[in-house]
Design a protein around this ligand. Sequence first.
Ligand code: DGY
Length: 316
Amino acid sequence: MEPNIIGVAMTNSTSSYLEQQLERRFNVFKLWECPTLDPDTAKSIRAVVCNTQAGADADLIDSLPALEMVATFSVGLDKVDLKKCMEKGIRVTNTPNVLTEDVADAAIGLAIAVLRRICECDRFVRSGSWLSREFGLTTKFSGKPIGIIGLGRIGSAIAKRAQAFGCTINYFSRTVKHHLTDYKYFPTPLELAKNSQIMFVSCALTKETKHIVNREVLDALGPNGILINVGRGAHVDQSELISALLEGRLGGAGLDVFENEPHVPEQLIHELQDKTVLLPHVGSDTIDTNIAMADLVIANLEAHFKNQPLITPCYH
Ligand code: DGY
């Protein structure tokens, strides 16, 4: 493919490798450096590469008259206006599979960090407190009943890992997975919460799954319950989560995502320091996966511009 002919706009960058690879092949416009495009430039852009921080909304899509494709550097599609893309015949790709293992690893890591109070232990040692007292006890992860909301690729990878820890696997999903006889299906998130001690959220964010973890679900998890969210912040009613933690109605939480990220409520940061472990949406951010995701974005763009089938199309 002849480089620097096709216009590709990037909305943001969380991968310098992706930037370099795009620049080798395309005429790249970095929208975070020049948010307003002159009309001639706008007309030359045939693809948008976006991510979980800056997506492709209706305004951006409408401002690019030659747009043929949106490739998101993420598995989640919640930042892409899919309806608008479909209406305009714009193709959309994402980066599934390559990040599954990392996000599942992060989810299990968060659960163990919350239950075994890893960050608190770290602060305890660094502050010199160990010289004057013992730390106290923590809570076991192995063998506990876990509940997973969304048994897709990431949910299944979490289940596989938790099974190796001897956990009982419960799940809520759009469909019952009859072939997974080791796992127990629950018809609602509430029933799932009543039967689980550690709840993982790993489903896609849609209108239906917004605030799927609400006050009732948190109360059903209870004072010994732990919530782990590696999906999207909006899966959880964040103010209800904060109240449940402050009032001791929920035991703890491990969060990789937040409702208005990168803004994180003060209470989570300060008052709830010992009940929560907070990550800056880094579930898939390993060096290996960052490269694999970037390669998949590039492969999809190249396939599109060579009129070949897309590798990971979001619809047909
Ligand atoms: C994605 O790629 O959508 C996820 O946020 C990874 O954590």
